[in-house]
Design a protein around this ligand. Sequence first.
Ligand code: MF3
Ligand code: CO
Ligand code: CO
Length: 335
Amino acid sequence: MRGCFRPSLTGREGLRSGGQSFGKRPELRHNGKFQLNHRLHSQGAAIKKVARNAPCWCGSGKKYKKCHLSQDDEARRTRAAPTPWKHADIVFKTPAQIEGIYHACQLTKEILDLVGERIGAGVTTAEINRWVHEETLARNAIPAPLNYKGFPKSVCTSINSVICHGIPDGTLLEDGDIINVDVTTIADGYYGDASRMFLIGEVSKAAKQLVATAKDCLEIGILQVRPGATVGDIGYAIQRHAEKLGYTVVREFTGHGIGISFHEAPVILHYGKRGKGMPLLPNMTFTIEPMINAGRRECQILSDGWTAVTRDGSLSAQWEHTLLVTETGVEILTA
Ligand code: MF3
Ligand code: CO
Ligand code: CO
């Protein structure tokens, strides 16, 4: 399919020439079809108002003035001027913020790698939660889901017909299951959010195809991202690909700005119309995280208030990355 890679998707080391210590970001080859570079980011929502001597919102235990106050002031200064679009809500990240978000994103990636090494039949989702919790703390970071709007665990684990926000418990993974593990890490107050699907043992062809299509949807969405493209371009590309193959796109959950907080502006719909919606601009950081169903798109929230399942019981799959809009394209920060 797409024969030409935008030059923006290759070699972007120059952007990080500020001398930060995260090293050279490797080039990523996903599959024969797309060549994506690493790193992206997006922007943010309202900056929290905290008294100078109150504890910092990031959970560090330090006073706000000794912790995130100066960063938040900087973020306020660098907010976009009002435009015909709603960019006023967007936190356009500074180079220092991008470095911090990249670091958080790389921890998220490392933790997902570890989950991938350990996961398999016979493991409980509570064990996955313990791995994520402990590996996050071991990296001097905080698992963002824990106590987020009352979420009780440190990671979301969503099996088979669970669309997202599955709560880890004693459930044993079984041969043939598909599971999404969604990790969000807070490091030095910056957020990195990514999720992957894992196949447990021998999985049906239908399940494998769904998982592969959801991944393709994410990658196709990412390929839309560059300055001047719109949020609608992302959603359109994802929806078109999913529906062409007979799958459906969940509407109730979206990608989101991220970086300074967990969920910032803008909302990134995984469906939509080409050319519609907010134009993307450099230094926005956001996620794309399409949830693709094998059956109908409708969802239902279980009585725990979190677990979102397909209404018809069909399988659902999701992949997520945190992205940065660069001057010329995109970087996948969680790759
Ligand atoms: N990580 C999810 C996302 O991609 C959000 C999970 S919220 C939680 O946006 F509270 F369930 F953790
Ligand atoms: Co997300
Ligand atoms: Co997530």
